[in-house]
Every structure is written in C-alpha cells, then in structure tokens.
Write a protein that binds this ligand. Structure first.
Ligand code: SAM
Ligand code: TMP
Length: 405
C-alpha cells in the first residue's frame, strides 16, 4: 500500500505539483542479485502546500516497508554525528539544567541517539524507534527502548507507563513521519509545562541553495523551513522559542519548541525568518527555480560521467540513501560508476537500489583505488577527507555532484 496524497498532510489544502523525479526504489533497500526481479518502485514527486508552506512528497511507500527489522542506516557509523549527539545531550544538562527526576524521550534514536549519552550519565530516558534491528542495538547499549512508531496512540501508552516528558528530542526523524499531525498531537500530549521539544532536520534553504535534490527520497516526506514549522506549531498552541543553524545532515535547522507563552522567544527566530524571506523560499516561484536547477545539475553530472567514464575508473564513496535519488533520477548505472564503497556491514556485497551498482567494503576500495571518486556521503565530507587525505597524493580526484551555492 502506498500513501499518495493530493491534499496537504497537515492542513488539507490542494497541493501544487513541483518536480517529478520519476520511478524510484526505496532509498535504503540495498539488495542482492536474486531480488532484482521483485524490486519495489514508487513515483518520487515533490510538492508544496501553498497554504501552510510544507514542502512534501506526494507519494510515500508504507512506512512499514521502510522501517523494519532490516533497516540499513546505523547512526553509529559516523563519529562526527556521535559527537554531535553527545554535545546536544550536554546542552540539556548545561543550558537547560536537566535534573535526574525529569524524563527525556527521543524518537528515532536508532542505535543509540542522544538518550544513549544521557542514560550513561544516569538520566531518566526512553527511546522510541520502529526499526527492530537498530532498537535492539540501542537496547544492547543500555537504552530503555519502545520498538514502535511514535504517534498519538503510542504517546498515550508512554504517558501511562512513564509519565510526562520534560524534553522531547528528535534528530532526522520528524521529517520521516507522514502522519505529522498525529506526531504533534503526541508531543503535546506528553510535553510537560515548561517542557521543550527539540527537533532537527534537513533545512529547505540549504536544499534549495545547494541544489541538493538528493535529500528528496522516500524517507524525507517533509523538508521543513522556519515558516512551515511555525505554522505547524501554531496549530497545536506551541511556538518556536529558539533556532540553531547546524551543519549536520547536509545543512539542518534545529528548532526549540515549547507550549505558547512558557518561554521568551530568542531573537534568532526572527533573524533566520528574515533570511528565509530574503531568499523567498516559501514561494511557489522558488519551487519552479529549484526544478530548473535540479535538471541543470542532472545534465552537468551526466556530461561529466559520459566524458570521463571511458578512460577512468570512477567509483562512489558512501552508498547513501541520497545517492538512490541521484542514480535513478539521472539513470546512472555500472557503465559509469563501477562500484560503491561503504563501511556499513549490512550494505556491503549488496547492490544499490534501482541502479544495481555493487557495494564493496573499505578494504576493496583501498586495493582498487579510483581515478575519480564521487563523494556521495558529502554530508560527512570533513570526516571522510580527514581520513582520506592520501587519496589526493595518489592523484585521485574527488567530485561532489551538486553545484555549491
Ligand atoms: N536520529 C538518528 C540520526 O539522526 O542519525 C537516526 C535518524 S534515521 C534517518 C531515522 C530514524 O527514525 C530511523 O531509525 C527510523 O526507524 C526512525 N523512525 C521512523 N519513523 C518513526 C516514527 N514514527 N517514530 C519514531 N521513530 C521513527
Ligand atoms: P547518510 O548520508 O545517510 O548519513 O549515510 C552515509 C553513508 O556513508 C553510510 O552508509 C555510512 C557511509 N560512510 C562511509 O562509508 N565512510 C565514512 O567514513 C562515513 C562517515 C560514512
């Protein structure tokens, strides 16, 4: 079953169609050869709500098809992200003076998350994640886990078993949940007076400016802006009390949200809101411009690959969910990119969704160094370039697909 909508998932306004990226497999469904014939496809199309300004997918596969006992993404593969989560858990203790009596809930905490670091320091925490394999991993590290989808119904169960939450966290998860109204109802149901809901996700202004259309795939149902987040909050008598621009996940915005009137609103909110207005990201004309930029980026990448793939070994670094959109939108195959390398055990020796490019481990990469290396995990560029400095001295060339802003 697919969830295909013509009305906005939040406010029921008729959606405007923006970009059709075509037939797309599930971004994280890395597969074996024997499963090529049964591969699942849906239509990837970005749309925009003219009323509440939510940038969203028209069609999304059933979430149970995406988040299950074989979920491919393990957050612990990135040291930088782990440091980032540790820092945010430290902010709760430092800036927000978290006490050991207060409850912290994190949704989509995957194999650990912020609650892993808080739990180590003996704070009261619960993680909620529907993907069984990553939940089990978090449990093995001592985190109290609820292996389920978060929504209003789950929030009632959590309230009954654990009480109200002082802090409600989510990183790279809110944008993944199609039933956004049920999530907000759940947050309001659980968030104590003076409680703070902290959520961070890829930011629409970054996606537009970098033309990082690869942020658009089945899991990213929404790409938020301050404008759309503010409208969502208003519906639930919540408000954004602070924002922080962060570099993770390819350029994200962190929103600090509370019950209306509980906190003074930091000037950062209006400062960043004005930047959004300057770039007009919440207008339909920007969506049209973005569409043109995606087409341009696609043509540039194909010209590059067609020019160099005959006489050079071109490979991809990081078999990312994002690259599924690039490969399928641009029709890229093993003719142009010979293999992909990745450190995640569950991806190694499988093939990329739709494009069927083989994925090899890091050892193979080191023994078969390319002439040109396309950095598909570009959101981890600093970490990877630090590790791979020697590739430059071996005359290997790095390439990132998107035109920088
Ligand atoms: N927070 C981690 C990070 O930032 O690296 C993991 C993000 S991962 C991209 C998204 C996570 O959200 C997955 O572990 C997935 O299982 C989980 N998820 C998806 N739908 C959810 C829902 N309705 N409630 C809670 N977690 C959900
Ligand atoms: P993401 O873009 O969804 O965060 O996925 C990044 C992928 O890149 C993930 O499969 C792990 C992989 N990766 C490496 O192969 N080497 C690395 O050094 C890093 C940081 C990530």
């Amino acid at each position: 079953m697919k969830n295909s909508v013509d009305l906005c998932r939040s406010c029921n306004t008729i959606l405007d169609s923006v970009i059709d990226f075509g037939k797309m497999p599930i971004a994280n469904a890395f597969l074996q050869k024997k499963n090529f014939k049964d591969e699942y496809f849906f239509n990837l199309e970005s749309t925009f709500c003219p009323s509440c300004k939510l940038f969203q997918l028209r069609e999304q596969p059933n979430p149970k098809k995406l988040f299950h006992s074989n979920y491919a993404f393990f957050a612990e593969t990135s040291k930088v992200m782990q440091k980032h989560f540790n820092n945010l858990s430290g902010e709760l203790v430092g800036r927000f003076k978290l006490s050991k009596k207060e409850l912290v809930i994190e949704i989509g905490n995957n194999d650990g998350g912020m609650v892993y670091y808080l739990n180590k320091k003996k704070y009261k925490c619960v993680g909620v994640d529907p993907s069984k394999n990553v939940s089990e991993r978090a449990k093995s590290k001592g985190v109290l886990m609820i292996n389920d989808f978060f929504n209003y119904k789950t929030s009632n169960k959590i309230k009954k078993d654990y009480g109200m939450a002082k802090y409600f966290l989510s990183a790279n998860t809110l944008a993944h949940i199609p039933n956004i109204n049920s999530v907000f109802e759940g947050v309001v149901n659980l968030l104590d007076k003076k409680g703070v809901f902290i959520t961070e996700d890829p930011y629409l202004l970054d996606v537009f400016r970098k033309v990082s259309y690869d942020q658009i795939y089945d899991e990213h149902v929404f790409i938020f802006s301050i404008n759309s987040m503010q409208r969502l909050c208003k519906k639930y008598n919540l408000e954004i009390i602070d924002v922080k621009k962060i570099p993770t996940a390819g350029g994200s915005m962190r929103y600090y949200i509370a019950h209306k009137g509980d906190y003074k609103i930091n000037k950062n909110v209006s400062r960043y809101y004005k930047i959004e207005q300057k770039y007009q990201i919440n207008q339909f004309s920007s969506m049209k411009r973005f569409k043109k930029n995606c087409e341009k980026s696609k043509n540039q990448l194909l010209d590059f690959l067609n020019k160099y793939s005959k006489n050079n070994l071109i490979v991809g670094y990081g078999s990312t969910s994002k690259s599924t959109t690039i490969f399928n939108y641009c029709n890229i195959s093993v003719d142009q990119i010979k293999y992909l390398t990745d450190t995640t055990p569950t991806k190694i020796n499988k093939f990329s969704p739709g494009s069927h490019i083989p994925i090899y481990d890091y050892k193979y990469f080191k023994n078969n160094l390319p002439d040109i290396c396309i950095l598909l995990a570009w959101n981890h560029a600093t970490e990877i370039f630090n590790k791979e400095r020697n590739l430059f001295s071996l005359n290997g060339k790095w390439m990132v697909h998107y035109p920088t802003a």
